[in-house]
Design a protein around this ligand. Sequence first.
Ligand SMILES: [Ca+2]
Ligand SMILES: [Ca+2]
Length: 174
Amino acid sequence: MGNKQSNLSRKKLKRISVKTDYSFAEIDHLYRGFRKDCPHGTIKKAEFMKIFANIFPNGEPEDFAQIVFNAYDRDRNGSIDFEEFICAMSLSRCNFERKLKWIFNLFDADGNGKVDKSEVQGVLLSISKINSKISEEQMIRNTQKMFAGIKNSEISFADFQKMAENDSGLFAMK
Ligand SMILES: [Ca+2]
Ligand SMILES: [Ca+2]
């Protein structure tokens, strides 16, 4: 305390701290770094796409980048602010359930709280486009398999959790 304050309000610091388990000092430090790289305080979609294009120069990362961008951009306003950024970046510190929730949101492209077959297939196909070792056919098969016993072809978060508990191969980050 007594140090120069960051531009984050106390309320925001507290909210982020609760969500991420980072201390105020850690958040402040990360925020300074974020502002250095993103002086405007947000990452626009075009910048995000460029980062992915650099990471995967040999693949077609546009679809995957779009999906990941949506998962970061929780309020879907077309840019990633510090709070959205830090919540996604702090996933490695989160418990299994919170990680799952993030992945669930990644699949849930239209944000309706359910994941349907086309959403899953969209994500898996976008992954096959950045990894030449994974074929589209394989991803389509995986989607079929995932939805084989699902009523209404929709997965709720509770279903998703159950699937993750029973299939360590699909969710190897527990
Ligand atoms: Ca946003
Ligand atoms: Ca959905």
